[in-house]
Design a protein. Structure first.
Length: 224
């Protein structure tokens, strides 16, 4: 039996949809626009992706959605669509860590991957993952300073839509900025959601809420 999963990523400016077969992306539709066109494009992308995959909605075994952190409006649109499809099709809902799927776009052998999403000013949502995408630090909403991440002795690879503003502050020579990786994509959700599907790691369709991070830590300088 083929396990088809629809993945929905709307946590940032990137409105992204993928259809995965047994954890492999077979169709991906996405567009990143300044105006956040998720409400207009999401359902069109879903229908186009189902058609392009040559399947029907009833062939889906689960719906996966990016759980955040990210844009409040974007997350609400994605989660609402995912819940509606789960109710209509009678399939489970899978929540995928937005920052983990962003980190999955980077391929490294050693060191850690630091996905960061822009909030405002010098504020970011960030996490730290190993090369095999295992979490090394909890997700934080934090203010980036010159002392941020100095506790890590390994090479850090930064990805996300706030690299441009952060690289001027984070000047450690062991910090590498992968500037071509800006937004999380449903393409990388495919493998992550399939792993959760096999483990039956589902969330409650009725009560699931996106992961909002609203409070920011004010990091203080460690210099004397």
């Amino acid at each position: 039996m083929n396990n088809y999963i629809l993945n929905i990523e709307t946590a940032t400016k990137n409105c992204s949809i993928s259809i995965a077969k047994d954890g492999e992306t077979i169709v991906c539709n996405e567009i990143a626009e300044e105006g956040y066109s998720h409400a207009e494009r999401l359902h069109v992308f879903i229908e186009e992706s189902i058609a392009a995959a040559g399947i029907r909605f009833k062939d889906l075994v689960a719906i996966a959605v990016s759980q955040g952190p990210g844009s409040y409006t974007g997350l609400r649109i994605g989660v609402s669509a995912a819940k509606g499809l789960c109710f209509a099709l009678g399939v489970p809902l899978i929540a995928v860590d937005t920052l983990q799927s962003l980190a999955a776009q980077a391929t490294i052998e050693k060191g850690f991957i630091v996905p960061m999403l822009d909030a405002r000013r010098m504020e970011v949502y960030s996490a730290v993952f190993s090369s095999d995408l295992q979490s090394q630090r909890n997700i934080l909403a934090e203010v980036i300073t010159e002392d941020s991440f100095q506790e890590y002795k390994e090479t850090l690879y930064f990805v996300g839509d706030c690299v441009d503003k952060c690289k001027e502050v984070l000047t450690n020579p062991d910090f590498v900025f992968l500037e071509t990786i800006k937004y999380p994509s449903a393409n990388q959700m495919s493998a992550l959601s399939y792993q959760k599907y096999l483990k039956e790691d589902f969330v409650d369709v009725a009560y699931f809420e996106p992961y909002y991070l609203k409070d920011f830590m004010i990091t203080t300088s460690k210099k004397q």
